[in-house]
Design a protein around this ligand. Sequence first.
Ligand SMILES: [Zn+2]
Length: 162
Amino acid sequence: MTTLYSVIAEAQRNAPVDPAALARKLGIAVKPMLLDDDMSGALVKVTPDKYEIQVNALHPETRQRFTIAHELGHYVHHRALLGEGVNDNRAYRTTQGDKLFNPKIGPKQETEANRFAASLLMPAAAVERLRAEGMTTAQMASHLGVSQHAMSIRLGVPYEPA
Ligand SMILES: [Zn+2]
Protein backbone atom coordinates (compact mmCIF):
# COMPACT_ATOMS: atom_id res chain seq x y z
CA MET A 1 0.00 0.00 0.00
CA THR A 2 1.28 3.44 -0.84
CA THR A 3 1.13 5.72 2.14
CA LEU A 4 2.65 9.11 2.75
CA TYR A 5 5.30 7.52 4.91
CA SER A 6 6.19 4.83 2.38
CA VAL A 7 6.65 7.57 -0.24
CA ILE A 8 8.93 9.44 2.17
CA ALA A 9 10.89 6.27 3.00
CA GLU A 10 11.35 5.59 -0.71
CA ALA A 11 12.68 9.14 -1.21
CA GLN A 12 15.22 8.51 1.54
CA ARG A 13 16.75 5.43 -0.04
CA ASN A 14 19.49 7.33 -1.82
CA ALA A 15 21.60 10.26 -0.67
CA PRO A 16 21.25 13.08 -1.18
CA VAL A 17 17.46 12.98 -0.72
CA ASP A 18 15.68 15.03 -3.41
CA PRO A 19 12.95 17.00 -1.60
CA ALA A 20 11.64 18.55 -4.85
CA ALA A 21 11.12 15.11 -6.37
CA LEU A 22 9.31 14.02 -3.21
CA ALA A 23 7.09 17.11 -3.38
CA ARG A 24 6.17 16.35 -6.98
CA LYS A 25 5.37 12.77 -6.03
CA LEU A 26 2.94 14.19 -3.48
CA GLY A 27 1.34 16.37 -6.18
CA ILE A 28 3.03 19.60 -5.06
CA ALA A 29 4.76 21.72 -7.71
CA VAL A 30 8.04 23.36 -6.69
CA LYS A 31 8.64 26.85 -8.08
CA PRO A 32 12.00 28.58 -7.72
CA MET A 33 11.18 32.30 -7.60
CA LEU A 34 12.82 35.68 -7.19
CA LEU A 35 11.81 36.48 -3.61
CA ASP A 36 13.12 39.14 -1.23
CA ASP A 37 16.48 38.04 0.14
CA ASP A 38 15.04 37.71 3.65
CA MET A 39 12.37 35.27 2.44
CA SER A 40 13.17 31.55 2.18
CA GLY A 41 9.95 30.38 0.62
CA ALA A 42 6.28 29.58 1.05
CA LEU A 43 3.67 26.89 0.82
CA VAL A 44 0.72 28.25 -1.18
CA LYS A 45 -2.76 26.86 -1.77
CA VAL A 46 -3.43 27.06 -5.51
CA THR A 47 -6.76 25.21 -5.65
CA PRO A 48 -8.92 23.89 -2.79
CA ASP A 49 -6.92 20.65 -2.63
CA LYS A 50 -3.62 21.60 -4.25
CA TYR A 51 -0.53 23.34 -2.91
CA GLU A 52 2.70 24.59 -4.44
CA ILE A 53 6.04 25.31 -2.84
CA GLN A 54 7.80 28.56 -3.70
CA VAL A 55 11.50 28.72 -2.94
CA ASN A 56 13.98 31.61 -3.15
CA ALA A 57 15.93 30.82 -6.33
CA LEU A 58 18.84 33.05 -5.28
CA HIS A 59 19.59 31.20 -2.05
CA PRO A 60 22.35 28.55 -1.94
CA GLU A 61 21.35 25.11 -3.19
CA THR A 62 21.58 23.54 0.28
CA ARG A 63 19.30 26.25 1.68
CA GLN A 64 16.75 25.79 -1.13
CA ARG A 65 16.70 22.06 -0.40
CA PHE A 66 16.11 22.71 3.31
CA THR A 67 13.36 25.24 2.50
CA ILE A 68 11.53 22.75 0.26
CA ALA A 69 11.82 20.11 3.00
CA HIS A 70 10.58 22.63 5.62
CA GLU A 71 7.52 23.50 3.50
CA LEU A 72 6.85 19.78 3.06
CA GLY A 73 6.89 19.59 6.87
CA HIS A 74 4.11 22.19 7.00
CA TYR A 75 2.21 20.22 4.36
CA VAL A 76 2.53 16.92 6.23
CA HIS A 77 1.88 18.22 9.74
CA HIS A 78 -0.15 21.43 9.47
CA ARG A 79 -2.58 21.12 6.61
CA ALA A 80 -5.53 21.88 8.92
CA LEU A 81 -3.92 25.23 9.85
CA LEU A 82 -2.72 26.32 6.44
CA GLY A 83 -5.67 28.19 4.97
CA GLU A 84 -4.28 30.00 1.92
CA GLY A 85 -0.75 29.01 2.92
CA VAL A 86 2.22 30.21 4.92
CA ASN A 87 5.39 32.14 4.16
CA ASP A 88 8.79 31.64 5.76
CA ASN A 89 11.53 34.17 6.28
CA ARG A 90 15.24 33.32 6.58
CA ALA A 91 14.72 32.14 10.16
CA TYR A 92 11.76 29.99 9.03
CA ARG A 93 9.15 32.17 10.69
CA THR A 94 5.94 33.37 9.04
CA THR A 95 6.23 37.10 8.40
CA GLN A 96 3.64 39.85 8.77
CA GLY A 97 2.91 42.32 6.02
CA ASP A 98 2.59 39.57 3.41
CA LYS A 99 -0.64 37.99 2.24
CA LEU A 100 0.78 34.61 3.20
CA PHE A 101 1.43 35.62 6.82
CA ASN A 102 -0.26 32.86 8.83
CA PRO A 103 -0.91 33.58 12.53
CA LYS A 104 -1.87 29.93 13.11
CA ILE A 105 1.69 28.81 12.35
CA GLY A 106 3.71 29.67 15.46
CA PRO A 107 7.09 28.68 16.90
CA LYS A 108 5.81 25.18 17.77
CA GLN A 109 4.79 24.50 14.17
CA GLU A 110 8.03 25.99 12.82
CA THR A 111 10.02 23.68 15.08
CA GLU A 112 7.98 20.72 13.83
CA ALA A 113 8.61 21.72 10.20
CA ASN A 114 12.35 22.11 10.89
CA ARG A 115 12.47 18.69 12.56
CA PHE A 116 10.67 17.15 9.60
CA ALA A 117 13.15 18.77 7.21
CA ALA A 118 16.17 17.62 9.23
CA SER A 119 14.86 14.06 9.47
CA LEU A 120 14.00 13.97 5.77
CA LEU A 121 17.35 15.25 4.51
CA MET A 122 19.53 13.66 7.19
CA PRO A 123 17.86 10.29 7.94
CA ALA A 124 18.97 8.81 11.26
CA ALA A 125 20.12 5.55 9.68
CA ALA A 126 22.24 7.35 7.07
CA VAL A 127 23.76 9.65 9.67
CA GLU A 128 24.71 6.67 11.83
CA ARG A 129 26.26 4.87 8.87
CA LEU A 130 28.32 7.88 7.77
CA ARG A 131 29.45 8.47 11.33
CA ALA A 132 30.53 4.83 11.57
CA GLU A 133 32.48 5.30 8.32
CA GLY A 134 34.40 8.07 10.06
CA MET A 135 33.16 10.97 7.96
CA THR A 136 33.67 14.49 9.28
CA THR A 137 30.75 16.88 9.71
CA ALA A 138 31.76 18.66 6.50
CA GLN A 139 31.94 15.39 4.56
CA MET A 140 28.55 14.28 5.85
CA ALA A 141 27.02 17.66 4.97
CA SER A 142 28.38 17.38 1.44
CA HIS A 143 27.21 13.76 1.09
CA LEU A 144 23.69 14.58 2.27
CA GLY A 145 23.38 17.92 0.44
CA VAL A 146 22.85 20.07 3.51
CA SER A 147 24.72 23.02 4.97
CA GLN A 148 27.42 22.38 7.55
CA HIS A 149 25.29 24.39 9.95
CA ALA A 150 22.27 22.08 9.49
CA MET A 151 24.53 19.04 9.76
CA SER A 152 26.06 20.32 13.01
CA ILE A 153 22.62 20.84 14.53
CA ARG A 154 21.60 17.34 13.49
CA LEU A 155 24.75 15.85 15.05
CA GLY A 156 24.49 17.99 18.15
CA VAL A 157 28.02 19.29 17.67
CA PRO A 158 29.22 22.92 17.68
CA TYR A 159 29.14 24.62 14.28
CA GLU A 160 32.70 25.48 13.25
CA PRO A 161 32.78 26.99 9.75
CA ALA A 162 35.76 25.67 7.81
ZN1 LIG B 1 7.73 27.48 8.34
